[in-house]
Design a protein around this ligand. Structure first.
Ligand code: F6P
Length: 376
């Protein structure tokens, strides 16, 4: 092995630069291997846009958010959007990507990304590209790993926001609704909701019953607690209802962008309780800023291990956290799947023990409520 490539794909998050730094330094210090960085995820590999990354290039980037390479969440090599006239057409550019990879004399590729990048990488592996994956996303929804880097930083940012919103909630005796990202998984809402002392936490996995939500608010008021904090995952939806779609990005492999459910929740709570509500949608704030110490360490461990895996020839694997140990999972097992919150997860149990309403009737076993919802 003399030369390897690296790219960052999908939505950005804190810790991407920390992984790049670890990859370049480990390749150089431990193996004397050169690293080529592709710009904007698979787009750079398809369009042959790259640059060599030296130790000097990655010096000082550990603490920086975003990615020095740039990224793209619409660069699927098998369905690559190309503007023809005023319309996009979709072309299979995977063979071009393989040709560019070979022309550069690369021995392997480290692909840092979420489910979209892992799915593309699993496909490129089948075309003979030797790839090792690194799991990233603030959503923490990748299967095969206990945690993705970027998640902890997003939880810390969301928790800080919830803490700040608490003061207005208390002072003005309002119901404050905080919407967080997370797509189809509730990890970010559940974790920041618990850390921020949320009274009601709504997540996509548990379709909510608005009466149960309002009862929880009213009970708090009756007990003299004249405010409530509701933390809502962007994918939360009422029982029998749909997720709220903010927009569609047709060139993106998953076109749907969620957002705005908190406004519906606020309107319903106001209507049913007569209490004043306010909405804060945190959105892309959650993807920005410097990574937490936890994410810096995780990203560093992932980056160094990815290079060791490349050198051991463990291609087609994604580096993964299993308990407190670093392991790996085949990328083919990650692609196209989602890791979501289950009713028996310890975080859910802890929330229920604290009396947090998760959008379902209180006092009824959660599995029972969900089963009942499924049949109605
Ligand atoms: O997957 C990360 C994520 O931030 C999701 O939580 C969110 O739904 C989505 O990306 C937003 O994507 P975009 O940056 O394209 O708006």
């Amino acid at each position: 092995m003399k030369r390897i490539g690296v790219l960052t794909g999908g939505g950005d998050c804190p810790g991407l630069n920390a992984v790049l730094r670890a990859v370049v330094k480990t390749a150089d210090n431990d193996y004397d291997v050169k690293v080529i960085g592709f710009n904007d995820g698979y787009e750079g590999l398809i369009e042959n846009r790259y640059r060599e990354l030296s130790n000097r290039d990655v010096s000082g980037i550990l603490t920086r958010g975003g990615t020095i390479l740039g990224t793209s969440n619409r660069a699927d090599p098998f369905r690559y959007p190309v503007l023809q006239g005023e319309e996009y057409v979709y072309l299979d550019r995977s063979t071009q990507a393989v040709r560019n990879f070979e022309a550069l004399g690369l021995d392997a590729l480290v692909a840092i990304g979420g489910d979209g990048t892992m799915a593309a990488s699993a496909g490129m592996m089948e075309l003979g590209l030797p790839i090792v994956g690194v799991p990233k996303t603030i959503d923490n929804d990748l299967v095969g790993t206990d945690v993705t880097f970027g998640f902890d930083s997003a939880v810390v940012t969301a928790t800080d926001a919830i803490d700040k919103i608490h003061t207005t909630a208390q002072s003005h005796h309002r119901v404050m609704i905080v919407e967080v990202m997370g797509r189809y998984a509730g990890w970010l809402a559940l974790s920041s909701g618990l850390a921020g002392g949320g009274d009601i936490i709504l997540i996509p996995e548990f379709p909510y019953d608005i009466e149960a939500v309002c009862n929880a608010v009213k009970e708090r008021n009756a007990a003299g607690k004249r405010f409530s904090i509701v933390v809502v995952g962007e994918g939360a939806h009422p029982a029998g209802g749909e997720m709220v779609v903010d927009r569609r990005i047709e060139t993106s492999p998953d076109a749907i962008r969620l957002g705005g459910v908190s406004r519906q929740v606020a309107a319903q709570i106001e209507g049913l309780t007569n209490l004043e509500c306010r909405v804060t949608i945190l959105g892309h704030l959650l993807r920005g800023g410097s990574p937490t110490a936890f994410d810096r360490i995780l990203a560093t461990r992932y980056g160094t291990e990815a290079v060791h895996m490349v050198m051991r020839g463990e291609m087609g694997q994604m580096v993964a956290m299993k308990g407190s140990n670093i392991g790996s999972t085949p990328m083919s097992e990650v692609a196209g799947k989602l890791r979501t919150v289950t009713p028996d997860h310890p975080l859910v149990k802890a929330a229920l023990s604290l009396g947090v309403c998760v959008g379902l009737p209180m006092g009824v076993p959660i599995e029972e409520s969900l089963a009942e919802e499924a049949t109605t």
